[in-house]
Design a protein around this ligand. Structure first.
Ligand code: NAD
Ligand code: MG
Length: 294
C-alpha cells in the first residue's frame, strides 16, 4: 500500500514556504503554515516510562516535537526557553500535561551563565531528577557575504549554541546516573556549511566535536552522548533567519526527498537516542535530512 504516510516525498508539505519575516526568537503563532510537531500523530509505547527530561528550546520547533514524544512515551519534561516565548512554552507544557505527565517551563536566557546552569537544578527539583538532557536551543542569522558579518550577531551565535550548551551540560554532568542520555541538536550545516551561515555552521561542527569527546569520557560512567543532525526543518527559526522570498520559496526543495521536513519527523530520532533502544550507541550523529548525506 502506498499512501501519503508511507511515501516520504508526500508525507508532509511539499511546496516551499510563503514570504514572511520575524524577529528572533521566532514564534509558532507567526510561523505560516503552522509546523507539525506530531500533536495529532505521535503515539507513545512506554519507551521512556518514568524518565525525567530537560529540553532547551523545548517551547517550539524540534524541541516541542521531542517534548510531545517524550511525554507520550512516559517521561516528565522540563523545557527551557526565552521569556518572549512564554506563550509557546505554555502550549508545549499543556501538551505534556495532556499526555498525563509533569510539564515545567523555565524562562530565561542561556547566554546568562547562571541561568544556563540553574535550569538543571530547577529540573531536578521539579521532576525529582534528570535522566535525559536535550541541548537543542540555537540561534542563526543570514550573513550576506563574509565581510558583512556582524560582531554582535556572531557572538550571539557562539554564546547561544556553544557557551550556553556547555554550561548546561557541565551543570548536569556530575550527577547524571548510569542510563542517562545527552542529546545535542547539531545540523547538516556541521558537514555541509553554507557561506551565509558560516558562524552558525562553525558552532554546529563544534557541537559534533563536543559530542564525540564527551561520549568518550561519559561511556565508562554508563552515560551516552549523541547528536541529531537535522536538515531543513520548518520551525520558527526559519522565518526569523532573515532569508528572502526566494530562499523561503525553495526551502528544503534541494533534498533528495524534495521537500522540507517537519519537527514531527525528528521525534523518533530523539526518542531512540533517549531510550534504552539505543543502549549500545554513543558518540554518533544521526542525520534527519531528507536524504542529504553528512
Ligand atoms: P526554534 O526557534 O523552534 O527553536 C530554537 C529555540 O532555541 C527557541 O525556541 C529558543 O527557545 C531557544 N533559544 C534561542 N536562543 C536562546 C537563548 N539565548 N536562551 C534560551 N533559549 C534560546 O527552531 P528549531 O529549528 O526547532 O531549532 C532547534 C535546534 O535545531 C537549533 O539548535 C537549530 O540550530 C537546530 N537546527 C534546525 C534546523 C532547521 O532547519 N530548523 C536545521 C538544523 C538544525
Ligand atoms: Mg521558540
Amino acid at each position: 500500500m502506498t499512501d501519503s504516510t508511507t511515501d516520504p516525498r508526500h508525507a508532509h508539505r511539499e511546496e516551499g514556504f510563503p514570504a514572511q519575516q520575524q524577529d528572533q526568537p521566532g514564534l509558532t503563532g507567526l510561523t505560516l503554515p503552522t509546523p507539525d510537531h506530531g500533536e495529532a500523530s505521535y503515539v507513545g509505547h512506554g519507551r521512556l516510562d518514568g524518565r525525567r527530561a530537560l529540553i532547551t528550546g523545548g517551547d517550539s520547533g524540534i524541541g516541542r516535537a521531542a517534548a510531545i514524544a517524550f511525554a507520550r512515551e512516559g517521561a516528565d519534561v522540563a523545557i527551557a526557553h526565552l521569556p518572549e516565548e512564554q506563550a509557546d512554552a505554555d502550549d508545549t507544557v499543556r501538551l505534556i500535561r495532556d499526555a498525563g505527565r509533569t510539564g515545567v517551563s523555565l524562562a530565561g536566557d542561556l547566554r546568562n551563565d547562571e541561568f544556563a546552569a540553574a535550569i538543571v537544578s530547577h529540573t531536578r527539583e521539579a521532576l525529582g531528577g534528570l535522566d535525559v538532557l536535550v541541548l537543542n536551543a540555537g540561534y542563526q542569522h543570514d550573513i550576506d557575504g563574509f565581510e558583512s558579518i556582524d560582531p554582535d550577531r556572531m557572538r550571539r551565535v557562539f554564546e547561544t549554541n556553544l557557551e550556553g550548551m556547555l554550561l548546561t551540560a557541565r551543570a548536569a554532568f556530575p550527577d547524571l546516573e548510569p542510563g542517562a542520555s545527552i542529546i545535542v541538536t547539531s545540523s547538516v550545516q556541521a558537514y555541509n556549511p553554507s557561506p551565509g551561515l558560516i558562524d552558525y555552521a562553525m558552532t554546529k561542527a563544534a557541537q559534533v566535536a563536543f559530542v564525540q569527546a564527551l561520549a568518550e569520557e561519559a561511556g565508562p560512567r554508563g552515560i551516552r552522548v549523541n547528536a541529531v543532525a537535522p536538515g531543513p526543518i520548518w520551525t520558527p527559526l526559519i522565518p526569523a533567519t532573515g532569508w528572502d522570498e526566494e530562499r523561503l520559496a525553495t526551502f528544503g526543495q534541494d533534498t533528495p526527498l524534495g521537500r522540507a521536513g517537519q519537527p514531527a519527523e525528528l521525534a523518533g530520532a530523539y526518542v531512540y537516542l533517549a531510550s534504552a533502544e539505543s543502549s549500545y550507541t554513543s558518540g554518533i550523529v544521526l542525520p534527519v535530512t531528507g536524504g542529504k548525506h553528512l
